[in-house]
Structures are given as structure tokens and as C-alpha cells.
Write a protein that binds this ligand. Structure first.
Ligand code: NAG
Ligand code: NAG
Ligand code: ZN
Length: 419
């Protein structure tokens, strides 16, 4: 019986899904997801990039390399479920759900985030968490610190947010590094976020700049980007992958990268389908959402979720801006109801993107993680500041930890020092 189970498992597990208990020691150094690059010493090294080659499973292996066309072998379980203990089936391919919010965190949306995640837990008893892609202007860093201490993932969305897509489409590696590197410094200084914990980025307007975006991510020591939507790979949906080799992903908002950028993960934005069959990369970008009614919205979310859950279990993204909650009377209630529904599944985990990627890098049998993520427990003495935004002469109100800047932090002066 035991032998049979082992054989069966061996057949079911593709190389993408390996129990790597032997490699436990390596997990101690998380250096692959985040190398230590001090933001103040950043330089855009002009290294010549190589064109990426086609990916093959033989050349590209977990935990540090994954082909863009690799999927976990979920469909192979079909019809064999009765042969494997139920607990084992569900643990073979867990369903991750990544809830992300973009732009500034302020007092109003913080209250919504707080309500949304309150009391929400994963099957391992750890709190469900989301990812916050922060841009700088109007952000309340005391609230960011609270989200960080509550275990949410803090990620980067640039300082200025740019004024339109041209800025980002044509951005050089240096520009992208400056925008995202400065935001990292602001978070460290004014929200007490440890830069080691900041692992991902999302470009404003989802506008990537070909190789440059991902080269900048690599230079900044980030582990992943989550800006690249896919419409073609949603049925079955696409899993996260690395840019060691050429990506097969459809390029919706180009230019897309085609250089080899080893170790940089793409967490693709698998699009949703609205009620008219159109694809939307973010929930609030759907042109034809259902009517403003809790059950209609809930059913629609479930339909999109099931496209992942009932096929290959690629991570399911719920990407939005908090402004969506004010756009319909029932949006918030439906969203909250849906998250509480997800929390009843024994095999669904709501985590930050980098936590999800830990699992994709090292899928294991049984519970995905050995323990809950450590809470940062940083101290933040809230101070409220009125400071001048020197580029425009306007006054900006800003809440930060411990100490007001002399002027409003901005590109070129991320710490807001007196000039
Ligand atoms: C893991 O590291 C410990 C001490 O650092 C060592 O004793 C042990 O043999 C290592 N295990 C493996 C599987 O390498
Ligand atoms: C990316 O880099 C490769 C290798 O240097 C080059 O061939 C390609 O044209 C670049 N693509 C873009 C979109 O910049
Ligand atoms: Zn944005």
C-alpha cells in the first residue's frame, strides 16, 4: 500500500513539483529572492544583455528557473482521485490567491483593508495577507507601517507614478531604478520597512519597457515583477516563471522582454473575464462587470476563480485599486464575502506574491510552509508633517514614522533632506 502510493505519486509528480526536503538548508538564505543592494550605492551597470533562448525543462529547473510554459500536473489527477488519499490530492497542488492593491495607502483605504482581512485565516492557521504596490504621493507611511506589521507584503509602484504611459514605455534602466529605488528608500526611512522584505514591483499603467524593466528589477535586487497581463494563457491559466529563457507569454502592453535575465520572476497577471467575455487585467478595469448586487458579483468572482481552481491551479490574482470599493454600493461587501468563502477551502491560501513564489520555487507535500511568516514588530512613532513639495511649491501633508522630512520626499531627494 505504502509502496503503491509512492509509485503513484512518482508518476503524478512532474519535475515541476518536487518534494525537496533535502534542500531545506538552502531555504535559510533567501538571497535568491532578494540580494543585498544598498539603495544609496545603486549604479546602472551597462552590462550587455544576451538574447534569451528557448526554454526546455532539461535546462531550466526549480527552484531558481521555471519555463513559462510549465504547468503543475493537476489535470493528470482526473479519474485517479479515489486512488490517493484526499488530503494528499489537495496538497499536491494548492490554490494560491494573491490579492493586490496599487497606489497610495491613506486613512480611508487603510480602514477598508483592515476590515477586509480582519479574522481571515489560511488552512494552516496563519493570517491571510495581501500585497500592496505603493506609489509615493499622498501615501500615509504610518498606515503602511501598520500593514507591514500586520504581515502584508509591501512592494513598489514608483515614486512619481509618471504622467502617462510614454514615460514608462520609454524609460531607461536608470530611470526605472531611480523611481523604484527611491520608493524603497522612502519606505525604509518613513515606514520602517526592511528593504530585505521588499521583493516585487508593478509598473504604473502596467506599462513595462521591454528588457529595461526587468534589468532594473534585477539591479535593485528584487525577486519579481507583476505587471505583465496575459489573455492568451488563462484557460488553463499561466503559472509564474523566470526570465532565464524566452517567455511564450502574449505581449499585451509592449515592449516585452526577450533578453535572458536569470532569476527574475514574472508573476503574470492572468486576466479575468467580464460578463461580456472581455478580458481585464485588473478587476476594476473590467468594462462589463455584473450588476451592483452582492450575489451577482460573488458568483462572477467564483466563476473567475474556478477557471484556476478547477484546472491547473495556477495562482489566482485579485488585482484592484481600493477606489473600486466606492464605485458600486455592493463591491466591498461582495469582495469581503468572497474572501471569507475562500477561507473555507482546505487547500486555498491567500498570501503575498513573494510568499506564493516561495511555494512555486519549492513545492512541498503537505502544508506549504513550516511556520507562519514572522511579523516584523517595528516601532513607529506617528508624526504628522506639513512639508513643501519643492518641484511645484505645493504643501503636502504627510504622516510618517518618528521624524518629519525637511521637504516632501521626491525623486532625487527621497529622504526629503533640506537643500
Ligand atoms: C543542514 O545544516 C546542518 C548544520 O548547518 C547540518 O548539520 C546538516 O547536516 C545539514 N543537512 C543537510 C541535509 O545538508
Ligand atoms: C532585449 O535585449 C536583447 C538582447 O540584447 C535584444 O536582442 C532585444 O532587442 C532587446 N529587446 C528590447 C525590447 O529591448
Ligand atoms: Zn497605479
Amino acid at each position: 500500500m505504502r509502496y503503491a502510493t509512492v509509485l503513484l505519486l512518482g508518476a503524478l509528480l512532474a519535475s515541476a513539483l518536487l518534494c525537496d526536503a533535502q534542500k531545506k538548508n538552502k531555504t535559510k538564505s533567501k538571497g535568491k529572492l532578494k540580494s543585498t543592494v544598498a539603495p544609496s550605492t545603486l549604479e546602472s551597470a551597462t552590462v550587455e544583455l544576451q538574447r534569451a533562448e528557448r526554454c526546455t525543462a532539461a535546462k531550466c529547473k526549480l527552484p531558481d528557473c521555471r519555463c513559462s510554459d510549465a504547468t503543475l500536473p493537476r489535470p493528470k489527477f482526473k479519474g485517479k482521485e479515489h486512488e490517493i488519499p484526499q488530503a494528499l490530492i489537495s496538497s499536491l497542488a494548492l490554490q494560491f490567491v494573491t490579492i493586490t492593491f496599487d497606489d497610495a495607502v491613506n486613512a480611508v483605504n487603510y480602514a477598508q483593508y483592515d476590515l477586509l482581512f480582519e479574522g481571515l485565516t489560511n488552512p494552516d492557521g496563519c493570517p491571510a495577507t495581501g500585497t500592496f504596490f505603493l506609489s509615493h504621493e499622498y501615501t500615509d507611511y504610518v498606515r503602511v507601517n501598520a500593514l507591514y506589521n500586520a504581515g502584508h507584503e509591501i512592494a513598489l509602484h514608483s515614486v512619481t507614478h509618471g504622467d502617462g504611459t510614454d514615460y514608462w514605455r520609454e524609460a531607461t534602466v536608470a530611470t526605472i531604478e531611480r523611481e523604484f529605488g527611491a520608493q524603497l528608500q522612502i519606505l525604509e526611512t518613513y515606514a520602517k520597512v526592511d528593504p530585505q522584505h521588499v521583493r516585487g514591483m508593478r509598473l504604473p499603467f502596467l506599462q513595462i519597457a521591454g528588457n529595461n524593466t526587468f534589468a532594473a528589477a534585477k539591479n535593485l535586487g528584487l525577486g519579481y515583477d507583476s505587471s505583465w497581463p496575459t489573455q492568451q494563457f488563462k484557460q488553463p491559466p499561466m503559472w509564474p516563471y523566470t526570465l532565464d529563457y524566452l517567455s511564450v507569454q502574449d505581449c499585451q502592453i509592449g515592449p516585452c522582454p526577450d533578453a535572458a535575465l536569470p532569476g527574475v520572476w514574472v508573476s503574470p497577471m492572468v486576466t479575468w473575464t467580464d460578463t461580456e467575455g472581455y478580458s481585464c487585467s485588473m478587476i476594476d478595469a473590467c468594462a462589463y462587470p455584473p450588476e451592483d448586487e452582492v450575489n451577482a458579483l460573488f458568483d462572477w468572482m467564483l466563476e473567475n476563480f474556478n477557471r484556476h481552481y478547477q484546472s491547473n491551479r495556477a495562482p489566482f490574482g485579485m488585482y484592484l485599486h481600493a477606489a473600486w470599493f466606492s464605485r458600486g454600493r455592493n463591491n466591498f461587501a461582495a469582495f469581503k464575502k468572497f474572501l471569507h468563502h475562500l477561507a473555507t477551502y482546505p487547500d486555498v491560501y491567500m498570501t503575498g506574491i513573494s510568499r506564493m513564489l516561495e511555494y512555486v520555487r519549492k513545492p512541498v507535500l503537505g502544508q506549504p510552509f513550516k511556520s507562519c511568516e514572522a511579523r516584523p514588530k517595528t516601532q513607529c512613532q506617528a508624526v504628522h508633517c506639513n512639508v513643501e513639495k519643492t518641484v511645484t511649491g505645493e504643501t503636502r501633508y504627510m504622516s510618517v514614522c518618528d521624524r518629519c522630512p525637511a521637504v516632501y520626499p521626491w525623486l532625487g531627494n527621497p529622504l526629503g533632506q533640506a537643500l
